[in-house]
Design a protein around this ligand. Sequence first.
Ligand code: AMP
Length: 214
Amino acid sequence: MFVLLFGPPGSGKGTQAAALASRLGVPHVATGDIFRKHLREGTDLGKLARSYMDRGQLVPDLVTCDLVASRLGEPDALGGVLFDGFPRSVPQLYWLIGHLGATGRKLAAVVNLKVDDGIILGRITGRRTCTNCGATYHVVSAPPGADGSCTRCGAAVVQRKDDTEAVVRDRLEAYAAQTFPCLDQLRDRTPIHDVDGVGGIDEIKGRIFTALAL
Ligand code: AMP
């Protein structure tokens, strides 16, 4: 089962994706997480991606699709994947439809998490991320450990470079201009489930599971 999770940056996609992927029994493929791993490891891809990520812009489609193609070739991903943050542009969407279609596979469903820009700004600018395991915190609603470290692995928790207000505004603009149009393209071919992304984590998870009849 190949499912897409859409939602602007800061809509809670990452948190919900982990729960949904485990419920569906498929791997969670988050292109942003894969790029950040390359960044931490200082690979050539990481160096290239950094210049775009730091400015809140999309990494070029060819680079991103290559990355996804190699992830989709791994044995655990052959039967299904929950995509989080991919596709993020109409060319990426059509690449994915073609890539799956070449082996008779297709997208089963889309979950579209809806959150207003004002709420997103508060969420993202308060977000802090573990430098080691990627766990996320929020300075007000879910603070890290007393010494500012990760409660999961003990590493330092910091603000991502692209979580500052100026960059978040650019990321929201990129979402509206490049990612949102994907939903229009999908409307006639794949069921789209709009889900209110404001509320408690479990509440939103419940809405997603109900929408997908899980
Ligand atoms: P995320 O963690 O999903 O918000 O992604 C962080 C950043 O990684 C984005 O602002 C982009 O610079 C880059 N990125 C993640 N996924 C994609 C994608 N599908 N296409 C292009 N760039 C991406």
